[in-house]
Design a binder for this molecule. Structure first.
Ligand code: BG6
Length: 520
C-alpha cells in the first residue's frame, strides 16, 4: 500500500516527496557593502547580524561583502564584533571558524544620525573598504533605527550624495513601521523618494520572507486542483490567524503607540491576505506580483464605521499563564501606562469586493500572549449542497478545510470525510497532511535571511511597494481614527487572560455569522 494511504484513523500522510529533478533556481547575490543604521539596536542583534552570518556561513554571500554598523552608542569595531558574537550565540547558529571569517568584515562608527559630518565619515569609510573587499561599489543602506529618525537618515543620505549610484547599485531598506497612518506614510514616502528613486527602495515585511508564506503562491498557481475551487462558488470563508505567546517584551515604548492593528494588521496580515486572495499574474515577475497584491488591498470593502463593533473585536491581555508559567497583564508590563487601552488582540471580518470573492468573509485574527504560537491560513469550503447520508448517519457533517500552516509548524493539511472502516456506516474526518520540510535536507532560509538575500539580488517580489503600503494604510486609517477617537459604536477593548484564545467577544464575531474559529 502506498504511503499516501496508511490506515491511520486520523491522519493520512502524503507519499514521499521527490525533490530530485524538481524545477528550482539557485541565485548568488552581487558583492556589496551594507551600512546598518541602528546597529546597536535590538533588530540588528536579534535578526540582521544572525541572518547575515548565516548567509555568510553557508556561502550565499562571499568574502566580497562587509557591514558598517552606525549608531549613537559609543563603541569601536572591536566592541561591535564582541557584541554581535554574543548576539549570534543567543539568536543564531554559531560556528567559530565561520564567525572569525565573518567578524573581520564587521565595522562600526558611532555617530549622531542628524550630524552631516557622520555621512561624510561613512562615505570615506566606504570608499576605503570597498577597494579592500572588492564590493564593486554596491551599497545597501539599512534603516533599522527608531522610526522617528527615518526621515533624517534618508534625507542626509540624499544630501551627502550617498543615495546616488556611481560605480555600482545603491539600495535603501526601510523597516516597519512605515508610518502610523495614511498621512505619515505619505510624508515618509516623500522624504524617502526625494533622496532615492522607488526602484532603489526596499520596504521590508518579513512575513513575505517566510517559506510557507511564499509557498501560498506556489500551492495556488503551480497546481490545477486548488485554483478552480478558490472562489466564492466553493469557499465559505477564510480564516487568517497569527497568534503569538510572546507579550510586548521590551518594546512597550513602540507598542504603546502602535497596538496590534498597526503592528500586525497594516503589514503582515494584509500581505498574507493579499497572497491568499490575489489573482495570478501572467509571469512570476516582482512588479506583476506586487500589482496583484495591491489590487486586493484596493478591493477591500470599507467597513461601516458606526457599526465597527460588528466587524472588529479588540482585546488586551491580563495576567495569566503561558506554558505553565505565570505572566503579567499588558498594563503591568514595564513601560506600559497602567490605564492603557492599547489593543494587543484584534479579530476583524473583511470582504474583498471583486468577482472571485464577493460575499466571502475573510476573518483576520492576531494577538499577543495567546494560548499557542500559531500562524495559518485556513480555507473552509462550503458544505455539500445535499447530504444523501443524513438519515444513515443521523446528522450533519463538517465542511472540508484546507489549512496552510505557516509557523511554528510548516504543513499543508486537507480535512475531508471518509467512511469509518467496519460493519457500521459512519463517517470520520481525516487529514491529508504534508510537512513542508519532509523529504528535504538542504539549506533553509529564515525570513530575514531570505529578504536580505533578495535585496542583494535586487529581487523585489517579497518587498512592499509604495502603493502596497499606502493602500493598506488607506484601509486601516479611518478605522484607527474612529477607534482612537472612541466614536459611537467603536469596539471596546475586551480583556482576555494571557494563555487563552483571546476575548470571548471575538467568538461572537464569528458566531453571529454562524461560524467558529479554528482553535486546533
Ligand atoms: C513584528 C512585530 O513585525 O512581528 C512583533 O512588530 C511580532 O510584535 C513579530 O512579535 C512577529 O514575527 P514572527 O516572525 O515572530 O511571527
Amino acid at each position: 500500500m502506498p504511503d499516501a494511504f496508511q490506515n491511520d484513523p486520523h491522519e493520512i500522510k502524503v507519499g514521499k516527496v521527490e525533490p530530485r529533478g524538481a524545477p528550482c533556481v539557485e541565485f548568488s547575490p552581487d558583492p556589496s557593502a551594507m551600512v546598518i543604521f541602528g546597529a546597536s539596536g535590538d533588530l540588528t542583534r536579534r535578526k540582521l547580524i544572525p541572518a547575515l552570518f548565516k548567509l555568510s556561513r553557508t556561502g550565499i554571500i562571499g568574502d566580497d561583502f562587509f557591514v558598517l554598523g552606525v549608531a549613537r552608542t559609543e563603541m569601536d569595531s572591536e566592541g561591535f564584533r564582541t557584541a554581535m558574537e554574543e548576539a549570534v550565540k543567543a539568536h543564531g547558529e554559531f560556528e567559530t571558524a565561520a564567525w572569525e571569517r565573518f567578524a573581520k568584515r564587521l565595522f562600526y562608527i558611532s555617530a549622531d544620525y542628524g550630524d552631516e559630518g557622520a555621512y561624510a565619515a561613512i562615505a570615506s569609510f566606504l570608499e576605503e573598504k570597498e577597494g579592500v573587499f572588492a564590493t564593486k561599489g554596491n551599497r545597501i543602506f539599512y534603516v533599522a533605527t527608531p522610526p522617528s529618525v527615518y526621515e533624517t537618515v534618508t534625507g542626509l543620505l540624499g544630501a551627502s550624495g550617498l543615495a546616488g549610484e556611481k560605480a555600482g547599485w545603491t539600495r535603501l531598506v526601510v523597516e516597519k513601521p512605515y508610518g502610523r497612518d495614511t498621512g505619515s506614510a505619505r510624508r515618509l514616502d516623500e522624504a524617502v523618494l526625494s533622496s532615492f528613486s522607488e526602484p532603489q527602495v526596499y520596504r521590508i515585511d518579513h512575513y513575505l520572507g517566510k517559506e510557507t508564506v511564499q509557498n501560498i503562491l506556489m500551492l495556488r498557481f503551480a497546481n490545477t486542483i486548488f485554483e478552480p475551487l478558490w472562489n466564492r462558488h466553493f469557499i465559505d470563508h477564510v480564516q487568517i490567524t497569527v497568534a503569538e505567546t510572546l507579550g510586548v517584551e521590551r518594546r512597550a515604548g513602540y507598542y504603546e503607540q502602535a497596538g496590534v492593528l498597526r503592528d500586525m494588521f497594516q503589514n503582515h496580515m494584509m500581505q498574507v491576505l493579499a497572497l491568499a486572495s490575489m489573482e495570478p499574474p501572467s509571469v512570476y515577475d516582482p512588479e506583476l506580483v506586487r500589482d496583484e497584491r495591491s489590487k486586493v488591498l484596493l478591493a477591500l470593502r470599507r467597513p461601516p464605521l458606526e457599526r465597527m463593533d460588528d466587524w472588529l473585536c479588540l482585546g488586551q491581555y491580563v495576567e495569566g499563564e503561558i506554558d505553565g508559567k505565570a505572566v503579567p497583564g499588558y498594563t503591568e508590563e514595564e513601560g506600559v501606562a497602567r490605564s492603557s487601552q492599547v489593543p494587543t488582540f484584534a479579530a476583524m471580518r473583511v470582504y474583498i469586493d471583486n468577482w472571485r470573492w464577493q460575499g466571502v468573509p475573510i476573518y483576520l485574527r492576531s494577538g499577543k500572549r495567546l494560548k499557542k504560537r500559531l500562524s495559518e491560513v485556513s480555507v473552509q469550503f462550503r458544505n455539500v449542497p445535499h447530504l444523501m447520508f443524513k438519515d444513515t448517519i443521523g446528522g450533519e457533517i463538517g465542511p472540508n478545510t484546507l489549512i496552510l500552516k505557516i509557523q511554528p509548524e510548516e504543513r499543508i493539511q486537507l480535512k475531508f470525510h471518509t467512511k469509518y472502516p467496519g460493519s457500521r456506516v459512519c463517517l470520520r474526518d481525516v487529514f491529508m497532511d504534508f510537512s513542508y520540510l519532509e523529504g528535504y535536507r538542504g539549506l533553509t532560509l529564515g525570513a530575514y535571511e531570505r529578504v536580505l538575500m533578495d535585496c542583494m539580488l535586487g529581487d523585489k517580489t517579497l518587498f512592499v511597494r509604495k502603493d502596497g503600503v499606502s493602500l493598506s494604510w488607506e484601509f486601516l486609517t479611518p478605522i484607527l481614527e474612529y477607534i482612537e477617537k472612541s466614536g459611537k459604536g467603536a469596539p471596546d477593548v475586551n480583556l482576555y487572560r494571557a494563555g487563552s484564545y483571546g476575548p470571548t467577544e471575538a467568538d461572537k464575531l464569528m458566531s453571529k455569522d454562524g461560524r467558529r474559529w479554528r482553535n486546533e
